[in-house]
Design a protein around this ligand. Structure first.
Ligand code: HEC
Ligand code: HEC
Length: 192
């Protein structure tokens, strides 16, 4: 699994070679006033259906906002939000949330060795992503993780790696990995 993941990662790096336009976190903080009712000003989710986004890799945040804007990823709330943002505002707000630091603590009684083998090479045992293209999963609500995996499985959301991983998973396996990452304690600290 680890060797296979490394080969896929090599491909990712080649494919993802486009440089990001530099985002300004201070400008991004102003944009984040549009996000705070759902994601918090620091990226700690305020409503159960919204994911935590503070301390996510900046490249991931930017790519998802662009995906909502272009329609490659769809959601009744986020598609509307992203449609109203310029590419510069997207870079800035990604820089703001990306400048935070996410840290995670496993629940008592489990260790990293208990983490789902198929996910750890990219998402970490504790759900803090190990590569810039991948999101943190630590402390996301299990229904959010479950919904995203099923969206990859049905093709509603597409991504080379995740679509093929999710295609092989049963509902029970999806629920088990969602519960693992949902149980992790997430802490987000600001850049200020
Ligand atoms: C009305 C609530 C709401 C507002 C306001 C909102 N969001 Fe969201 N956001 C959501 C929800 C709900 C999702 C989950 C979408 C899904 O299920 O696919 C989401 C998903 C996201 C994601 C994808 C995260 C991931 O882990 O894949 C990003 C990035 C994001 N929002 C950024 C923002 C930014 C930046 C703003 C402000 C400019 C914003 N959102 C405003 C509700 C909101
Ligand atoms: C080889 C790397 C890799 C592996 C292994 C991997 N993922 Fe991912 N995962 C990614 C990348 C990259 C993304 C971002 C997809 C996108 O851009 O839409 C992602 C996205 C996700 C998302 C969407 C999260 C969000 O915030 O919207 C979930 C949920 C997820 N992965 C769960 C898993 C689980 C559970 C496993 C193990 C069964 C796993 N992944 C294995 C790389 C990986």
């Amino acid at each position: 699994m680890r060797a296979a993941a490394l080969i896929i990662l090599g491909g990712l790096t080649l494919a993802g070679g486009t440089p990001l336009s530099a985002g300004d976190p201070a400008e991004g903080r102003k944009v984040a006033n549009m996000c705070r009712t759902c994601h918090g000003i620091d990226g700690l989710a305020q409503i159960p259906i919204a994911p935590n986004i503070g301390g996510e890799p900046e490249a991931y945040l930017e790519s998802q906002l662009m995906a909502f804007k272009t329609g490659a990823r769809e959601h009744e709330m986020m598609s509307v939000v992203a449609a109203g943002l310029s590419a510069q505002q997207i870079s800035d707000v990604a820089a703001w949330y990306g400048a935070h630091v996410a840290s995670a603590r496993l629940p008592d009684g489990v260790s990293e060795a208990d983490a789902p083998d198929a996910c750890v090479s990219c998402h970490g045992a504790d759900g803090i992503a190990l590569l810039p293209e991948a999101p943190n999963l630590a402390g996301e609500v299990n229904i959010y993780i479950d919904t995203q995996l099923k969206a990859f499985r049905t093709g509603k959301r597409r991504h080379d790696i995740m679509s093929s991983i999710a295609a092989e998973m049963t509902d029970e396996e999806i629920r088990a990995v969602a519960d693992w990452y949902a149980a992790v304690q997430l802490e987000i600290t600001g850049p200020e």
